[in-house]
Design a protein around this ligand. Sequence first.
Ligand SMILES: [Zn+2]
Ligand SMILES: [Zn+2]
Length: 345
Amino acid sequence: MLMAMLYGAKDLRLERGDDPVVGAGQVKVRFGAGGICGSDLSYFGKGRVGDFAVMQPLCLGHEVSGEVVEIGAGVSRVKKGDRVAINPNQPCRVCRTCMAGKGHLCLKMNFYGSAAIFPHIQGVFREVIVATEAQCFVVPQSCDFRTAAMAEPLAVALHAVRRAGSLVGKSVLVTGVGPIGSLCVLAARRAGAAHIAVTDVADAALKRAEVLGIDEAVNAITGAEKVESWYANKGTFDVTFECSGNSAAITSAIQATASGGCVVQVGMLGVPTADIPVNRFVSREVDLLGAFRFDGEYGAAVHELAHELIDVSSLLTHTYKMTAANDAFAMAADRSQSMKVHLVF
Ligand SMILES: [Zn+2]
Ligand SMILES: [Zn+2]
């Protein structure tokens, strides 16, 4: 089988590897579509994500769907020919956080396409994937592979919404409308948000966000006056989803959030620390919450997509053959042109 292996920054090579063998409780899936995520882009562009550097050839990718081609002994929930979305989370289920019901915070997490541990956990940009039965979620045959692969980033957004608590009737701000911010908009609307404003520094991203059903789109640089008006009268929004991972946006998110509201930090910072206006959230009791990956929300995301309850079609901007993976990564890095870029074979 063919697979896309990263050897270091900007050094992605298509290689041939052995077809994986299916064991008991496992499912062999032929790659349908795989989305390029921000972490994939960081590995590709810099050879690392935060503290995690590529130390050995790494197959990227964790947003994937495909067709079941073989099942191992004991598998009963999926069958050959099924279309599935594959949950990249493989928590150990026995560590203390897993035992406490927070599998996404597993202390020994195996997550596809990650250099967090060595040897690295290989990813899914490959012709054939072997997953456990528990990772495979069946979608209707009518569900496009790219849509099914969106279950992973949508699960991130659903988890962020869950962290915020009820959004019914609330005013919401989303800072940074790349794929995750856009999915937070869709998830917030579906969760009952009454008013949704978004900010970004790229006009192209704001323009694309308009079709998501937002109420306001503001450029955080050219529209700084508008953003600052949100800071008056002890803040404006009940809930802010900070999806940019930019420290200026985090500061802005805290100030724009109303007293007693919350900021859910979804974006990861490119640096270890950020300067934040501590007194602004202490004196107004604005809760700062982290949101990381997802657990049960993966199945919920598949359900939303399979039943067309959340429409992600406007986010699917580009599709490339795996043989043109380098072009696909270049396009995914260009926010003026792309939103979510998918690879297919
Ligand atoms: Zn992702
Ligand atoms: Zn665990």
